[in-house]
Design a protein around this ligand. Structure first.
Ligand SMILES: [Mn+2]
Length: 343
């Protein structure tokens, strides 16, 4: 059994940072899919937090169709919503809450719970879709979760606040934060993309999807301080990895390997210290992202932990961190895709 895990595609990103809408990039991904038995989309697959969920789904359609065709009949896509596509799973969570039953750590979300899930399943044909939340057991002691629950351990809480120990408690903290970020992003959307406005939007996106948890974890820090890859890397090791370990410990996930995305920091890569990625006997793995963030990557070249195209492969229980776009000409990522019109 061979599995490919990718995350944080952010398909339908309003300023076109999602690289999979570029034909040369999509071709790279589709080239490896025929060798896979299973594809895991580990969250933030569709950018539904920028105020245009239907538009984002439409932008995602050709990408999802190409993925489904490349995988082929009988192959499986396992989709786990994250914070940017959390609305996909919200009706199911409400159903569970109304019924008084826990969502658990590896719930199976019925496609009938949300018409958008049925649409995604249709796009992915002939591959089959199953939806899991908030995590999924991938076998061989491997548990995967988007990683958004870790925010709860980075954002400073009043000393009196109870520590979450169930998915429901993590969800409670999450929905408030999603509403706040979603409203903030929608309000900040410029009507036209003058460079200054686009830069402001870029900073906001970067702060949201990459740095927000770390910014919040730094006492008295401004937005600009942690925007270098080096500073982000430090925060990731000091705060991000321990926070993900805290999530799996509090949810009593005993898997030897825990896979996540969310912070867009692929690894452990060759130059990373494996000890830093081992917490309480548990090995942590990050699937990286498929967005090109010029504020982080301008002037950089791969291999780079924030370079788009990060992925994890699982081959008979052996996990590897890879960069599927590391040998693609960076200019393919840098030329503007197209200026998307606000809808
Ligand atoms: Mn996320």
């Amino acid at each position: 059994m061979r599995t490919l895990v990718i995350s944080d595609l952010h398909l339908g990103s309003r300023v076109g940072r999602d690289v999979l809408r570029r034909p040369a990039v999509l071709e790279r991904l589709c080239a490896v899919l025929p060798d896979m038995d299973r594809l895991v989309l580990l969250g933030d697959t569709i950018e539904m937090l920028e105020g245009r969920p239907a538009g984002a789904l439409a932008d995602a359609e050709p990408v999802l169709r190409a993925i489904g065709t490349a995988l082929g009949p009988g192959r499986e896509v396992v989709l786990l919503p994250g914070n940017h596509d959390h609305s996909l799973v919200l009706p199911w969570i409400r159903e569970r809450r109304a019924a008084g039953t826990s969502i658990g750590t590896s719930g199976r979300v019925p496609l009938r719970s949300n018409p958008d899930l049925q649409t995604i399943a249709r796009f992915l044909r002939p591959a089959r879709l199953q939806v899991r939340y908030p995590g999924v057991d991938l076998g061989d002691g491997i548990w995967a979760h988007h990683g958004h629950y870790l925010d709860r351990h980075l954002v400073r809480q009043p000393p009196s606040s109870a520590k979450p120990s169930t998915p429901e408690e993590y969800e409670g903290a999450l929905t408030a934060s999603i509403a706040r970020i979603g409203a903030g992003l929608a309000a900040a959307m410029p009507p036209a993309f003058a460079d200054a406005a686009e830069r402001a939007l870029g900073l906001l996106r970067l702060a949201d999807v990459v740095a927000r948890p770390f910014v919040a974890a730094l006492p008295g820090s401004g937005l600009l301080a942690p925007l270098s890859a080096g500073a982000l890397g430090y925060q990731f090791r000091r705060a991000g990895l321990p926070a993900m370990a805290a999530v799996s410990a509090r949810l009593e996930v005993s898997a030897e390997h825990v896979l996540f995305g969310h912070v867009h920091r692929s690894g452990p890569r060759d130059h990373d210290d494996p000890d830093e990625w081992t917490r309480g006997g548990q090995r942590l793995w990050n699937s990286g992202c498929w967005v090109y963030e010029p504020l982080l990557l301008a002037g950089a070249s791969p291999p780079h932990p924030y370079w788009p195209g990060g992925a994890l492969t699982i081959d008979h229980g052996v996990i590897r961190s890879v960069g599927l776009l590391d040998d693609l000409d960076p200019e393919e990522l840098r030329t503007p895709l197209r200026r998307l019109q606000p809808s």
